[in-house]
Design a protein around this ligand. Structure first.
Ligand code: NAD
Ligand code: MG
Length: 384
């Protein structure tokens, strides 16, 4: 049976892994929309290959390049935020939300409003919107399947189970490239060092988030919304090998875990085929070759991001949206060489300290809280 698919963020790391799976099972899929921010030539190449209905660039200034690159292909070209939302709302059977940052929120919500299946990689959207997104999922009868490897693991460990029986949900964290670094090394960390993740090959923003551990902080909030067992049942453990992708412990003392290679095609395939399974080209798990799996408690003195995120989850309302926006601004500034690595999380705390807007009830209110926090974070940057 052919299914239709839209990939928001098709030119990124998760987008490429998704399209690799689609390419290997080409006959099973009809591609509706592929989107990118501005990589018009790359996007056009993908749109031609996958015979997409429409290709969209979020940045309207890249639309003329896209039109030119798609000339004669029969693929529609569009650009700008409204065009992204319109493409997301074309009602594909499954929409892979793989834009990075809160920029992916509105198109993800547009897909949710069609009531289809959303394979969610774009954690910042759920962190920012929280209950506004989960309420929309319920209202429109959409299905939200987590693609983030930890949440996909938890989702698999929870299948057929009663949440009331859960004692703990444990998110594993690789600890990032600085997990064994000294304080001096972390103080002096460069963008090149921060994006060089030991286990995963990912986009720049999430790589920096892994290095600060803000990725795990955002994932903690993401887990809170996806699996409503209460914050007190969520915890984080550092597992440097990234083989155990997360675990669920039940009240009888049984712990279920999902294991696999550090390859995003595994959780993406799990979401694309759910509730069935599909083949991937990933190498089988060779535990004898891996030999040792280790675990340790996170160090929140060296990496305060998980503490800050937990406090935002506890505060609720707009606090996670403010944290996410402040972090996006700080990570961009770090990547641009404007601030030190350790300023990223420090600046998030400063922005949070400037005040939290009232709890958002609508998408527009979430977007306003995000914009407000970005403005404050930008002003702070100008002062340093
Ligand atoms: P990436 O930077 O490689 O790709 C991002 C994609 O979003 C690109 O297609 C880009 O063109 C598009 N984009 C960026 N800004 C945009 C904007 N303003 N408007 C419209 N489109 C825009 O990122 P990635 O590593 O693929 O991550 C994507 C999402 O998946 C992130 O939320 C990340 O946290 C999450 N995620 C990624 C991985 C991974 O292994 N890469 C794992 C788990 C979760
Ligand atoms: Mg993850």
């Amino acid at each position: 049976m052919t299914r239709s698919i839209t990939v928001l963020g098709a030119t990124g790391s998760v987008g490429a892994s998704t399209l690799d799976l689609v390419r290997r099972n080409r006959g099973n899929w009809r591609v509706v929309a592929l989107t990118a921010n501005c990589s018009a030539v790359e996007l056009a190449k993908l749109a031609r290959e996958f015979e997409a209905e429409v290709a969209v660039v979020g940045d309207e200034s890249c639309l003329s390049d896209l039109r030119e690159a798609l000339a004669g292909s029969g693929v529609e070209a569009a650009g700008g935020p409204d065009a992204l939302n319109e493409a997301a709302a074309r009602g594909a059977d499954i929409t892979v939300a793989a834009i990075v940052g809160c920029a992916g929120l509105a198109p993800t919500m547009a897909a949710i409003e069609q009531g289809g299946t959303i394979a969610l990689a774009n954690k910042e959207a759920l962190v920012s919107a929280g209950e506004v997104m989960t309420a929309a999922v319920a209202k429109h009868g959409a299905t939200l399947l987590p693609v983030d490897s930890e949440h996909n693991a938890i989702f698999q460990c929870l299948e057929g189970e009663d949440l009331a029986n859960v004692r703990w949900i444990t998110l594993t964290a690789s600890g990032g490239p600085f997990r064994d670094a000294t304080r001096e090394q972390i103080e002096a960390a460069t963008p090149a060092q921060a994006v060089a993740h030991p286990n995963w090959d990912m986009g720049a923003k999430i790589s920096v988030d892994s290095a600060t551990m803000m990725n795990k902080g955002l994932e903690f909030i993401e887990a809170y919304h996806l699996f409503p067992v209460g914050l007190e049942r969520l915890r984080i453990i550092v597992h440097p090998q990234s083989i155990v992708h997360s675990m669920v412990e039940y009240r009888d003392g049984s712990t279920l875990a999902q294991l696999g290679p550090s390859d995003m095609r595994v959780p993406i395939a799990s979401a694309l085929a759910w509730p069935q399974r599909m083949d991937t080209p990933c190498a089988p798990l060779d535990l004898a070759a891996i030999g040792t799996l280790t675990f340790r408690a996170p160090d929140e003195h060296m990496f305060p991001a998980t503490r800050v995120a937990r406090e935002c989850a506890e505060a609720g309302g707009a606090a996670p949206a403010v944290l996410n926006a402040a972090n996006e601004v700080a990570v961009a500034a770090f990547l641009a060489g404007k601030i030190k690595f350790t300023r990223i999380v420090a600046q998030c705390e400063q922005v949070l300290g400037l005040g939290i807007p009232p709890a958002p009830n609508t998408l527009d209110e979430v977007i306003a809280a995000d914009a407000d926090a970005r403005r404050r974070a930008g002003e702070l940057l100008e002062r340093v």
